[in-house]
Design a protein. Structure first.
Lengths: 408, 376
């Protein structure tokens, strides 16, 4: 069979020396922050970006986020080997949220592509996403940040929230309202925003995990050149939708292997012996629960391959990304919660080091972070609405009954 | 890497669906819910002549697959059967035919294989009581040497389509070694007892063996590979139960969506209520993940991959649990109508719960998932 669903890396034998070289390079040089979802502090982020920049400059091919096209020829097997080895070492292949780069590569002008893509691919830029607002989260189209053209520039006023790594980013993808006289979906435009412009204030938000990865960003008469607009004025909504979809596929694990699946650690945990010599796996209900999670994770891996096949055949459905996102984020939450439960009363403390899965804190922290994935990129409730409305053709919430419908 | 059906397989699916629509649609299945036989011999013969009986049999023995992946072809066929609750003995026929082609003597092939492939007769499979075969304490079957021949005693429960069958493939363990017999159902001492199956679209019988004496030429296969062959046949049968489930999942998802688009309550289509949308979105999501998992399992068995046992057990437990949950949701989505005898919702619920039990229940397969995941 030519499908490898296991995390155990396989490649032709003649590539084994290459794999060894990659592994040695990573072992020697990669920053070991021990995190499981990305760098948590500015120092860690800079260390990661610095490592990736050197790694790529040394000629190793990185898997580009969201399928952004690479500007160098790449041997697909070498690329897979690098991806496997980085994943095994828990090293993310990018930092920040490069959805703006994806938008440029898909919708940007040639000039914009030349100006930004090579620098991003060379790991010289960190990006953030400026979509959600305090009063426009899942209902993104209600956003109120304005961009008013004064003859020379667009003048931006308003506020954005949940912008990951905005405090460390050089650029952001901004959605702002350029026309309030048309319907809410038609009055939005997309901009590339230089985060160092005057008038931008960034306030970090502390999360339930203690991390400060998200930010609120305020704009006070920030001046942006028309050349930084992506697409035409009013094109912002379709660009935003496509970008969110690209992000969702990534969160759903369609385009990259989840950095660290909770299942192998769960199995390990189940076999770890207590002082009295027993192990959680002695309990049939524990075996059953873990096997249930394991089979679900397997089902999602299979689905991921089906979706990749559909992508390759250009047959993706409008609900596919949402299906993957909902199922994978729900599973992660349950799996980490179950792992934490195997520690019993130890869960009363934040026991152990957050970066070490041997202790309950790793499980607690991952469980808490899983909440963010269920909410971010459009809550799973909104995803289910999208699946129902766009995928299954069910009527919008406010539709009245049509004539001729059946009913009591 | 490619996890999708080929064009030939899509074509096969369309032709199977056309045949069912024309020859035996769901409405026809309904007319036979309480009939002694769940299908009629003439229609089965037409289906067999389309090649449904011999997908796993080489052309030189009168069979042939559509593509180079015989089990994926069978998967497509079985998924379509499950979609409209078809009663045909397709899986057992294909397994028995392949066993006869593989190990049968010329005499056995002539007597049993040719008419089986042609659909002139049907056969039933009495599976050995091995782990994940679905057998339990009700199985009192025993086989022993009797001079140059054999003696079979006891009861084989849970035999699909025993009544009406011309002959049986009986898997047994004789003095510790796996042995396969071909036994004409009319043999003295063999009685097929009809039980009321919970799944109204299927007939699940008990086969009683009252000191059935067989000569040595009743043996189909007793070589050193028999145990491995039985294991592979169980993998195939289990993967095909899963395929049947995916077809059913697709049908009930469509059924529930369709109803939500026409049924009005409180002046609105019920499909505009978020609680219904989320229920239907979940059904759709489970269908997508189930089909991917089922397809992968069939592929793993077809290719005899190292992870075939894992793939089959993960699929068997995941897909069938999802099918049961979805069949429940489908009843609920139809409200009172869904509770009526006349509505097909309960037929799918009964079939889903039956599929959950055939060839090892979810609990047993999860034990194997855990064990295999532990081994690496």
């Amino acid at each position: 069979m030519d499908v490898d669903l296991d995390s155990e890396p396989t490649s032709p034998e003649e590539y084994e020396p290459y794999r060894a070289t990659v592994r040695a390079y990573i072992t020697e040089k990669a920053p070991h922050h021990g995190g499981n979802r990305g760098p948590d502090t500015p120092e860690q982020l800079l260390a990661l970006v610095g490592f990736l920049r050197e790694f790529r400059a040394a000629g190793y091919p990185l898997t580009t986020p969201y399928g952004i096209p690479d500007d160098r020829p790449v041997d697909p097997i070498e690329k897979q080997i690098v991806a496997d080895e980085l994943a095994a070492a828990g090293i993310p292949v990018f930092a920040g949220n490069p959805v703006g780069v994806w938008a440029i590569s898909t919708f940007g002008s040639d000039e914009q592509k030349q100006r930004y893509l090579p620098h991003f691919l060379a790991m010289e830029q960190v990006w953030t996403q400026l979509f959600s607002e305090p009063d426009a989260g899942s209902d993104l189209a209600s956003l109120r940040t304005t961009a008013v053209f004064d003859g020379d520039d667009y003048v931006i006023n308003g506020s954005k929230i949940w912008s990951s790594y905005a405090h460390l980013a050089q650029y952001g993808l901004l959605l702002a309202r350029t026309d309030s006289s048309v319907s809410k979906h038609n009055g939005i435009s997309a901009f590339i925003l230089d985060m160092s412009l005057p008038g931008i204030t960034i306030a970090p938000l502390k999360q339930m995990t203690r991390d400060e990865e998200f930010n609120q960003v305020f704009f006070d008469n920030v001046r942006v050149k028309p050349a930084e607009r992506i697409g035409e004025e009013g094109d912002g909504w379709p660009i935003a939708r496509a970008s969110v979809n690209a992000e969702r596929l990534s969160v759903g694990g369609v385009s990259r292997r989840p950095a660290m699946s909770p299942l192998p650690p769960l199995i390990e945990l189940a076999h770890r012996k207590h002082k009295d010599g027993t192990a959680p796996a002695d309990d049939a209900s524990v075996r059953q629960d873990i096997a249930r999670l394991h089979a679900r994770a397997h089902a999602l891996k299979c689905l991921r391959f089906v979706l990749m096949t559909r992508q390759a055949r250009d047959r993706m459905g409008p609900a596919d990304a949402s299906v993957a996102k909902v199922m994978s984020t729900d599973l992660r939450l349950e799996a980490f919660a179950f792992g934490a439960s195997l520690f019993g009363s130890q869960g009363l403390y934040e026991d152990g080091v957050v970066t070490d899965r041997a202790g309950v804190h790793w499980w607690q922290d991952n469980f808490l972070f899983s909440r963010a994935l269920i909410i971010g990129g459009g809550t799973n409730e909104i995803q289910r609405n999208l699946i129902a409305e766009r995928g299954l053709g069910l009527p919008r919430d406010n539709s009245a009954a049509p004539a001729g419908g059946r009913g009591a | 890497m490619d996890l999708g059906f080929s064009e030939d397989q899509d074509e096969l699916r369309q032709s199977v669906r056309r045949f069912i629509d024309q020859q035996f649609p769901r409405a026809s299945v309904r007319t036979r819910l309480e009939a002694p036989e769940s299908f009629d011999a003439a229609t089965w013969q037409r289906a067999a002549q389309l090649g449904w009986s011999g997908l796993l049999v080489a052309e030189e023995h009168g069979g042939g697959s559509v593509t180079s992946q015989p089990l994926i072809d069978l998967y497509v066929l079985v998924e379509e059967l499950g979609r409209s609750l078809q009663p045909w003995p397709v899986v057992s026929t294909n397994i028995i035919a392949a066993a006869l082609a593989d190990a049968g003597s010329d005499e056995q092939r002539k007597t049993f294989l040719a008419p089986l492939l042609a659909g002139e007769v049907t056969a039933a499979w009495c599976v050995a009581n091995t782990p994940l075969s679905g057998a339990d304490d009700r199985d009192t079957f025993d086989a022993a040497r009797n001079g140059d021949g054999y003696r079979l005693t006891g009861i084989k429960p849970y035999v699909l389509d025993g009544q009406g069958s011309e002959f049986l493939l009986v898997d047994a363990v004789v003095a510790g070694s796996a042995t396969r017999f071909i036994v004409p159902t009319a043999t003295s001492g063999v009685t097929v007892v009809r039980r009321q199956a919970f799944d109204l679209t299927r007939r699940i019988d008990e086969v009683h063996f009252a000191d059935v004496v067989l000569s040595a030429d009743a043996v189909l296969d007793d070589g050193p590979e028999v145990a491995a062959k039985l294991e592979q046949d169980l993998r195939i049968a289990t993967a095909m139960v899963v395929a049947d489930s995916v077809g059913g999942q697709e049908a009930i998802t469509e059924m529930a969506i369709e109803y939500a688009k026409i049924r009005v309550a409180f002046g609105r289509l019920i499909g505009s209520f978020q609680s219904m949308k989320h229920k239907l979105a979940n059904m759709h999501s489970q269908l997508e993940a189930s089909r991917a998992t089922a397809y992968y399992a069939a592929l793993a068995v077809n290719d005899r991959s190292d992870d075939a046992d894992y793939a089959v057990s993960a699929a068997k437990s995941y897909v069938n649990d999802a099918y049961v949950a979805m069949a429940n949701d489908n009843v609920q989505a139809h409200g009172g109508t869904g509770f009526t005898w006349e509505h097909d919702a309960h037929l799918y619920l009964r079939r889903a719960m039956t599929n959950q039990l055939l060839f090892g229940d979810s609990r047993d397969h999860r034990e194997r998932v855990f064990a295999l995941a532990t081994d690496g």
